[in-house]
Design a protein around this ligand. Structure first.
Ligand code: NAD
Length: 498
């Protein structure tokens, strides 16, 4: 692979803070605990973030409950909430570079993507839901009853938001913006590895005029805090994004308590290249689909299915090309592939690639870790010749690792693509528009991209089926999921002659 060499550091490197944001103020965690946050590009500490306890979750949930119940946010009109959300977006754009630097440092995310994708998409979310906030209209229902019946869309109450490490800002915004637009209050628990942008956003939300207690932030470990948040009696709804295994635990607990839970879980998408595809474009799409966000992308395309006449050609092009994708320090503006999030994850990826070799896979590019600054780098890797039951094909590898399989018919392509418990995204590369529609309909996934990948926008819903969960983020669908419907039926006196 080509390694980038720029050593420039962020002008003022962001640092985590050792406190929690509860009821509009930064406060020390009850137990005084902190945990070290690492820079994945060096493995070194960037500082200490607060490590909250269930007592802190209780304080945050009580603050969110009180803020919801007294109506300081929930009873504002949609237009009033909209103005605040627009100020949030404006402040994010003013502080875009600071947010991008924090996201890049915390996740090891290449700075060009933190700037172009993460910050922009997140600010878009606040703008988009600001435009929808005034339009949560109910409906008048026609009924033979001597009555006037209408529906109201109301906020659900206190939302417990739990977010993963890979897109901390985007996946927090895709919950917080619609939840706030609908009038809810929030307790947010980000991933312990990546608290930085959540901490910056607590200040931005406050400065924009989100009232005290409406957004609360608790940082710390998953099993202890996340579980306390899901169980807390003041929390009315859970919005979770993370792995399928943790999602099952969260859904089980929420299910026992009969709390609605919005689950956005793992993925293992197939990218299908038909022999009629525009090959140059398809190759670019294939590469970006598996290397974007260093492959730590729930909607990545790590399973490439190629129609047999193109198979050898595609494998040959990929084996020559992926080594040229710039891998290097996240701070270098040319870097496309940064480090993985942790040493543990790097070891897991190495083990999966070793297993793929043992299972008869041919590693035609990459296949090993990259020694740079002590960071958790893994070379972009292409593995051909694996059976469908190899671990590297079945599991969500969550790294820049691509497996390539051949198929002979459209039927077989659909069968291979669907042969996974996951169902988040899938891609079709073809110039045949009828095939694009036909195959889109048959793929078991919540998101289909044709002749491209990761075309994401605040207005277009995303979410999975099967073991990828059932929530939908973005679009009016997300706003709706943060509301509940009430019906009001008022008896009408038929009057004289009725
Ligand atoms: P993870 O499941 O390990 O953690 C997600 C969050 O859950 C973190 O905040 C974590 O601290 C918390 N958590 C851990 N144990 C918990 C428990 N017992 N109860 C409640 N909360 C708990 O996921 P991760 O490693 O941070 O993120 C990667 C995973 O997320 C991948 O599987 C990826 O596919 C998935 N993901 C899905 C989407 C989507 O939209 N579908 C988006 C991004 C990431």
């Amino acid at each position: 692979m080509s390694q980038t060499t720029d050593t420039s550091a962020a002008p003022s490197a962001p640092r985590p803070r050792p406190d929690l944001f509860i009821d509009g103020a930064w406060v020390a965690p009850a137990g005084g605990g902190t945990s070290t946050v690492l820079d994945p590009s060096t493995g070194r500490s960037i500082g200490e973030a607060a490590s909250a306890t269930p007592d802190d979750v209780d304080a945050a949930a009580q603050a969110a409950r009180a803020a919801f119940d007294d109506g300081r946010w929930s009873r504002l009109s949609g237009r009033e909430r909209s103005r605040v959300l627009l100020r949030v977006a404006a402040l994010m754009r003013e502080r875009a570079e600071e947010l991008a630097q924090a996201e890049s440092l915390d996740v090891g995310k290449p700075i060009q993507f933190a700037r172009m994708v993460d910050v922009q998409n997140s600010a878009d979310q606040y703008e988009y839901y600001a435009t929808l906030a005034p339009h949560q209209d109910g409906a008048v229902r026609d009924t033979p009853l001597p009555a006037f019946a209408y529906t109201r869309r109301e906020p659900r109450g206190v939302v417990g938001a739990i977010t993963p490490f890979n897109f901390p800002l985007i996946l927090s915004s895709s919950k917080i913006a619609p939840a706030l637009a609908a009038g809810n209050t929030i307790v947010h628990k980000p991933a312990p590895q990546t608290p930085l942008t959540a901490q910056l956003m607590a200040d931005i939300l406050h400065e924009a005029g989100v009232p005290d207690g409406v957004y609360n932030l608790v940082t710390g470990t998953g099993p202890e805090l996340g579980d306390a948040l899901v169980r807390h009696s003041a929390v009315d709804m859970v919005a979770f994004t993370g792995s399928t295994s943790i999602g099952r635990i969260v859904a089980r607990t929420a299910g026992e308590l009969l709390k609605p839970v919005h689950a956005e879980l793992g993925g293992n998408a197939a990218n299908i290249v038909f022999a009629d595809a525009d090959l140059d474009k398809a190759i670019g799409t294939v590469i970006s689909a598996f290397v974007f966000n260093t492959g730590q992308f729930c909607m990545a395309g790590p399973r490439l299915l190629v129609e047999r006449p193109l198979y050898d050609t595609v494998v040959g092009i990929l084996s020559d090309a992926v080594g040229g994708v710039p891998l290097g320090r996240p701070s270098d503006p040319d870097t496309v592939i940064g480090p993985l999030v942790s040493a543990e994850h790097l070891s897991r990826v190495e083990a999966l690639v070793a297993d793929a070799k043992a299972a008869g896979g041919a590693v035609v590019a990459g296949g090993e870790r990259v020694d740079l600054d002590g960071g958790f780098y893994f070379a972009p890797t292409v593995i051909a010749g694996l059976d469908n039951d190899a671990l590297a094909v079945r599991e969500e590898v969550f790294a820049p690792v691509l497996t390539v399989q051949a198929f002979d018919t459209e039927e077989e392509a659909v069968r291979l693509a669907n042969s996974t418990p996951y169902g988040l995204a899938a891609g079709i590369q073809t110039t045949d528009i009828s095939r694009a529609h036909r195959v889109s309909e048959r793929l078991e996934a919540g998101i289909i991209w044709v002749n491209g990948w990761a075309m994401l926008d605040a207005a277009v819903p995303f979410g999975g089926v099967k073991s990828s969960g059932w929530g939908r983020e973005n679009g009016p669908e997300a706003l709706e999921s943060f509301t509940r419907v009430k019906s009001v039926t008022i008896a009408v006196d038929p009057g004289v002659g009725g």
